[in-house]
Structure formats: structure tokens, C-alpha cells
Design a protein around this ligand. Structure first.
Ligand code: ASP
Length: 440
């Protein structure tokens, strides 16, 4: 028998019907030992997330106003879920206590955490499993940074006493016991932490899509789902803006060598995406590339100076100018007498002129050209390094689509090729690359 930890997102627990699906999933496989729920999410587009409503309650309290009207919307959701599931549990008492505590504590993190807390209480009653409060087992230090090793010790001990349990996502506590939350979407992190402490064989992250897509579906029509992805590929893609999992959810499971499976609560028969430590040698029905992701709004600084390559410390002085103004850069493609630095626009907003001036002073270049309006696209895949012609295919696809390439950077792992293009070409380029590599 193995151990599985399941995290269910807010849309997977938005109403009683979804609670039933969740129960069917965890009961269909005895390996499921621990479940980490989010707070109820939206049931339809215009609906409100419980977490958002809880933050609104807190804001009312902070302004000295009544939060009751907003809290009633929250209460109605939980009451309906409990009633529809015919739970033998008095939700009203829990709701009254919660509303009162939000008013008394005046603490935004505490208020926000109650969505997960109450949902986990309901789910544990519905499944007939134990409840472990995350406040007791997920630890932050006094500065609010997650205390990974401390948590792992405490949680591992706690799990020993509970063969099956529901543990609310999103929050934990400071050393003094006060509630503290992760950033938004943080239940993904809680699930990964529980998977590590439970020494799970797999962390199953149940959401509302059947896995990680090869490209952003808002740009490329009906992209394929990635069947297998390595943690390294995932890092590259999410760094470029592809999201399914909270970024910080990767570390605990990666560290413990546990694969993550992204699955769809509304289509449990779909295998979803498996995120693994190392790519398996034979990736079935997978393409040469694993995925494409991109980001807009970068600036390219192109610095030119004759004999630059012979000048000791030139690169360091350019980067020093950035560091002095607290600016981090994304890429650094270089030529013999040229050096380009790709920087996110948001980093440059107020500091562009000062940085240019500093580079002029310390490097005395022949010219500095500034090109704003650059988009970056990363084409990622372990398969690329062993398949000749990958770069040729990519550049040819862009050529045929009439896209001018402003910059090229191939990571030394040969796992990705990044191209810089003009923002106007972003959608065209994404589609061209996708079509060149992905066969229907
Ligand atoms: N409920 C929290 C949020 O809306 C955490 C989560 O869903 O992961 O951000």
C-alpha cells in the first residue's frame, strides 16, 4: 500500500455536489490518507470566493463597521453545503464563533484562514476522518517565513496519530500561536508540506483543469495537456508565467523526491499531468518540446564597445550598475563587442535614466541602445537537447510567420530556448512555435 496526499482547490469544493465528487475520489483509492482543502471557491463566473469575502469582513471590522452583512453570505454557503450533505453537525455554532472571533481579533490572516478551517471541519465530518488544525502543525518563524524543518518534525509526529485526516490549507501559525497565512493560492503549498511529512508516494493536486497545458489556452486554441513534466521544466515554464500550482508548492515535494499529479475533480478519469524528478526515458505520446510560455513587457539594453571582450571587468561593471539600483535582470546574451541585458519593465520604471547614466560613467561604451516593448517566449523540453534541428525548426517557424527575433538565449541545460520579440508579435509567435512542434 502506498500513501497519497490530496489537495482540493476551491473550485473543487465550491458546493455539496463537489464535496460528493471529492468523497468519491478519496474513497475510490485506499492509498489516500490525508486531504488538504482550500476554502469554497466560485460556483460560477460572477460568484464570490469565500476567502475574498473573509478579507472584506476584516476590512469592515478594521474600519469600525459591521461585517455581518458580508459574513451572512459566507454563512449561507456553509449552511447550504452542510444541509445538502445532510451533515449531522451544528454549523451555525461554528459560524457564530467565527464571526465573533473575526470581530475580536481584528487580524486579516486569522479572518482569511477561516475559509479553509471551516471547510476542513465540514469535510472531515463528511468523510468521517480526523481533523488536524493547521495552526498546530504548520509553523512560521517570527518574521513570517515558513519554518520548513520545524514544521516537518511537528507534522510528521502529528500524522503518526492520525492514519486518515483532513488538514486545512493556506495557513499555520507564528511561534506565539497566532495564525499566519501563505500568499494567495497557498493551499497548494500546505498540500506539498503534508505530502513531505507523510512521506507520500505521490502528491495529488486536484483542481479544475485536466493538467498543465502545453501553452496558454487564452493564446493558443485547445493546447494539449502535458502528460509528464519534470520539476526543472516546471520551473522554467512557471518562471515564464505558466501557472497551475503555487510556485512555492514545488520545493517541499521536490526536496522529498515526491512526484506531483495535477488532476481534474470534474474529470477524474483523466490522468492529468505527472510532475516528476527526472524525465522517464520514454515519454509516451509526448512531443519534442514539453511546453511554451511567455511574458510581455521587457526592455533590452544593448551596450556596444569596440574591444569589449578584451576589457577586464566590463560585464561586472554593467551588472554592478544594476545592482546598485536594486534591479535584477532576466537574461544576458553577449557578443564579442556587445552585451545585452534583458530587464523586466517593472524593474526599470523609476530607475532607467540613473542606470544608463551609471553605465555611461563606469563603462564608457560606444553606444547604448534601449528597446522597450519586448516579449520573451521560452520553448522548454528535455527532449530538445537530443533532437537535432529543434532550434532550426523554431527559428524557421518564426521566420515563416514574419516574426523578427530580437534576442536568443539558450539555457546551458539545453532544456530551453528563449527568444525576445516585439510585443506585437507575441500571439503570432506563440502560435507559430506551437504549430511547428505539436502534431494533433
Ligand atoms: N483560499 C486561499 C485563496 O483563495 C488559498 C487557496 O485557495 O489556495 O487564495
Amino acid at each position: 500500500m502506498g500513501i497519497k496526499v490530496a489537495k482540493f482547490g476551491g473550485s473543487s469544493l465550491c458546493d455539496a455536489e463537489h464535496f460528493r465528487r471529492v468523497k468519491a475520489i478519496v474513497e475510490s483509492d485506499t492509498d489516500y490518507c490525508y486531504v488538504v482543502p482550500s476554502a469554497p471557491g466560485k460556483r460560477f463566473d460572477a460568484d464570490e470566493k469565500i476567502t475574498d469575502l473573509l478579507y472584506q469582513c476584516h476590512r469592515q471590522v478594521e474600519r469600525g463597521r459591521s461585517h455581518e452583512e458580508i459574513f451572512k453570505k459566507i454563512a449561507d454557503r456553509y449552511i447550504k453545503i452542510a444541509r445538502d450533505l445532510a451533515l449531522d453537525f451544528d454549523v451555525t455554532e461554528m459560524l457564530l464563533e467565527t464571526s465573533d472571533a473575526i470581530r475580536r481579533y481584528k487580524n486579516p490572516d486569522f479572518a482569511a484562514s477561516r475559509g479553509e478551517y471551516m471547510n476542513a471541519v465540514l469535510l472531515s465530518k463528511y468523510l468521517g476522518w480526523d481533523f488536524i488544525d493547521a495552526q498546530d502543525v504548520i509553523k512560521f518563524d517570527r518574521q513570517g517565513s515558513f519554518a520548513a524543518e520545524w514544521t516537518n518534525e511537528v507534522l510528521t509526529e502529528a500524522l503518526k496519530n492520525h492514519p486518515r485526516a483532513v488538514i486545512p490549507g493556506f495557513y499555520g501559525s507564528y511561534p506565539n500561536g497566532d495564525v499566519h497565512t501563505f500568499s494567495r493560492g497557498g493551499s497548494d503549498i500546505s498540500g506539498a508540506i503534508v505530502a513531505r511529512a507523510a512521506r507520500a508516494d505521490v502528491y495529488v493536486n486536484w483542481t479544475d483543469v485536466s493538467g498543465f497545458m502545453m501553452a496558454d489556452p487564452r493564446i493558443v486554441k485547445n493546447p494539449k495537456v502535458i502528460r509528464e513534466l519534470s520539476y526543472a521544466e516546471l520551473r522554467e515554464l512557471s518562471y515564464m508565467g505558466a501557472t497551475v500550482l503555487h510556485e512555492d508548492a514545488i520545493f517541499p515535494v521536490h526536496k522529498a523526491g515526491i512526484p506531483t499529479n495535477i488532476r481534474n475533480t470534474n474529470a477524474p478519469q483523466d490522468p492529468g499531468t505527472m510532475i516528476v524528478m527526472q524525465p522517464t526515458s520514454k515519454r509516451e505520446d509526448q512531443q519534442v518540446i514539453t511546453g511554451i510560455a511567455g511574458h510581455k513587457n521587457f526592455t533590452l539594453l544593448s551596450i556596444e564597445k569596440a574591444m569589449m571582450n578584451a576589457e577586464l571587468g566590463f560585464g561586472r561593471r554593467v551588472l554592478q550598475a544594476l545592482e546598485d539600483f536594486g534591479v535584477s535582470f532576466e537574461h544576458l546574451p553577449t557578443g564579442i563587442d556587445t552585451m545585452s541585458v534583458v530587464i523586466a519593465d517593472k524593474e526599470l520604471v523609476t530607475r532607467k535614466d540613473q542606470i544608463i547614466q551609471r553605465i555611461q560613467q563606469t563603462c564608457q561604451p560606444d553606444s547604448i541602445e534601449i528597446s522597450a516593448g519586448i516579449a520573451l517566449i521560452a520553448t522548454v523540453g528535455h527532449g530538445m537537447s537530443s533532437t537535432p534541428g529543434t532550434a532550426a525548426k523554431l527559428f524557421n517557424a518564426l521566420y515563416e510567420a514574419g516574426v523578427n527575433i530580437r534576442m536568443i538565449d539558450q539555457g546551458s541545460s539545453e532544456m530551453n530556448i528563449i527568444v525576445g520579440i516585439n510585443i506585437e508579435d507575441f500571439e503570432t509567435a506563440m502560435n507559430a512555435i506551437y504549430r511547428a512542434f505539436v502534431k494533433d
